[in-house]
Design a protein around this ligand. Structure first.
Ligand SMILES: Nc1ncnc2c1ncn2[C@@H]1O[C@H](COP(=O)(O)OP(=O)(O)OP(=O)(O)O)[C@@H](O)[C@H]1O
Ligand SMILES: [Mg+2]
Length: 330
């Protein structure tokens, strides 16, 4: 989590985020209308950036209404400049709305104590370049007042999880873009948060890293965590998100379940194997007899991601092996 979203570390009442189960409940109990199934709520949320003289500059977000439920992976989509990062910053209380409200766990986004339950991976790296991975996680663990033993255990566990054990004693200034992204995720999870906000989590990652990041997101969901991620990499969103919102120039254009939005209702897809090609004509006839139209009858293709991953995995298992196509050209 970035230093801007840390809890007030000076607060004597704040114990370790994972050690004191009662704190989050206390936070919830203070709001009688709080529905624990609604983790994030935007009500008519609007942000207008103004220039130094207070003149209106950019209307980055217009009257956004949104609810994110406990345990779901929610994707915020939109082209560059559509207001995704602005929305995340408003929800975190890093920006003040021009109008409307942002609520997290039923509390106003500006409430500092909610941060104990939130992990945040920002769009840009903000980590200290001269710290190692271990020192970085230890630093953020201290901000959450975690005891030394727990910090050490949690850091080792997270470094392993994000695949950086081999580089844990190297300073972050020597890290590649993808490695920085990985340690950023580890940092966002240091306080074992209930809600994780990921701004472009797969940016800078190679396809293997992207797959691992998506698997980690699904693993967090399986643990009951709520995740809000924003991205313009549509395949990533499609693979992991339960629901999505599409923003365009700060306006909500679409909201719904990924499955429902992508379903092509009037078409049916059939896949089979073990039938000779000679039978295809018969299959076409049956479809036409029932008034249907054959749109495609062909071998399915794998996608490039699966192909790439199978090649990388094969290369790891059989060093020196090359595909037939690569042998011909080499
Ligand atoms: N600090 C700022 N001051 C003025 N305008 C800003 C500021 N931050 C963002 N904007 C503007 O607000 C709009 C939304 O920006 P935002 O960063 O939220 O978009 P985004 O959807 O995250 O884009 P990207 O995909 O490029 O990350 C853009 O027009 C941007 O120029
Ligand atoms: Mg952004």
């Amino acid at each position: 989590m970035s230093s801007t979203t840390r809890p007030s570390s000076g607060s004597p009442s704040s114990g370790g985020p994972t050690s004191d189960e009662s704190r989050p409940r206390k936070l919830e109990q203070s709001n009688p209308d709080y529905d624990p199934n609604i983790v994030v709520e935007a009500q008519n949320l609007t942000k207008i950036y103004r220039d130094f003289w207070g003149r209106q500059k950019v209307r980055a977000l217009r009257s956004l209404d949104l609810e994110i439920r406990k345990g779901e992976v929610f994707g915020l989509l939109g082209p560059n400049g559509s207001g995704k990062s602005t929305t995340i910053k408003l929800l975190l209380g890093l920006l003040f709305p021009s109008s409307g409200r942002a609520l997290m766990f039923g509390k106003d986004a500006t409430e500092v104590r909610k941060n104990e339950r939130i992990g945040y991976l920002p769009e840009e790296s903000y980590l200290y370049r001269f710290l190692t991975a271990e020192e970085t996680l230890d630093f953020y663990g201290r901000l959450f007042d975690m005891p030394a033993k727990l910090r050490k255990e949690r850091a080792a566990e997270l470094i392993e999880k994000v695949g950086l054990t081999w580089a844990k004693r190297r300073q972050l200034r020597e890290y590649s873009k993808g490695m920085v992204r990985r340690i950023g995720l580890a940092q966002a999870l240091i306080n074992d948060p209930d809600l994780i906000l990921l701004d472009e989590p797969t940016s800078g990652l190679d396809p293997l890293g992207t797959r691992e990041m998506k698997d980690m997101i699904l693993e967090l969901k399986a643990q009951g965590k709520t995740i809000l991620m924003c991205s313009h990499l549509l395949a990533d969103v499609q693979d992991v998100c339960d629901r999505i919102a599409i923003l365009y120039q700060g306006e909500l254009k679409e909201l719904g379940r990924v499955d429902d939005l992508l379903k092509v209702g009037e078409e049916t897809q059939v896949r089979f194997k073990g039938i000779p090609e000679s039978a295809h004509a018969e299959i076409r006839q049956v479809i036409q007899k029932h008034g249907g139209e054959v749109l495609s009858l062909e071998n399915p293709r794998t996608n490039l991601e699966d192909l790439f991953l199978s090649i990388v995995r094969e290369s790891q298992q059989r060093p020196g092996h090359r595909s037939e196509g690569a042998r011909k050209s080499g």
